[in-house]
Design a binder for this molecule. Structure first.
Ligand code: S3P
Length: 170
């Protein structure tokens, strides 16, 4: 078993929203590794970061991604930092991966004031630039297709992703 599509990209780009729409259009289920971690831990991502630190969260995330890649056959959305792990990136090499991208203005508009995202809580513009400097090449490395989301509705992004992958609807 393996997912039909895996979505990667920075936080706030719309992986979960687009993931659900894609799943609906393709007549399959949607799964989100952040949700898997929250369910297994019984606490929020923000609490895990604050209580145990980022390294502990990354270890949980690595396991959650590996489990979901072999246990889900629908659309799978990954947390924005999942691609930081080299082992995860090699697992993704065998998958159909869509990288949802956006520029900094769009990112600040969508995530700037969202304190549920601990990595962007302070000075979102600078943080986002730094995050993308560290990650852009990793998203590109694992991507089968890159779909820009700037100025597009979730429905338009979904359409573009289906086109890019040449996937037929259910
Ligand atoms: C993170 C992204 C978040 C979540 C955590 C860390 C990141 O997921 O996993 O806050 O490092 O980019 P989303 O991309 O779903 O917001």
């Amino acid at each position: 078993m393996s997912p039909l599509i895996v979505l990667v990209g920075p936080m706030g780009v719309g992986k979960s929203t687009v993931g659900r729409l894609l799943a609906e259009r393709l007549g399959v289920g949607h799964r989100d590794t952040d949700d898997d971690i929250v369910a297994a831990q019984g606490r929020s991502i923000a609490d895990i970061f604050v209580e145990d630190g980022e390294d502990a969260f990354r270890a949980l995330e690595k396991d959650a991604v590996r489990e979901a890649l072999r246990g889900h056959d629908g659309v799978l959305s990954l947390g924005g930092g999942a691609v930081l792990d080299a082992g995860t990136r090699s697992l993704l090499a065998a998958q159909r991966v869509v990288y949802l991208s956006m520029d900094v203005e769009e990112a600040v508009r969508r995530t700037g004031l969202n304190t549920a995202r601990p990595l962007l809580a302070v000075n979102p513009r600078k943080q986002w630039r730094e995050l993308m400097q560290a990650r852009r090449h990793l998203y590109e490395e694992v991507a089968t297709a890159v779909v820009p989301t700037d100025g597009r509705t979730p429905e338009e992004v979904t359409e573009a992703a289906l086109d890019a992958l040449e996937l037929k609807e259910a």
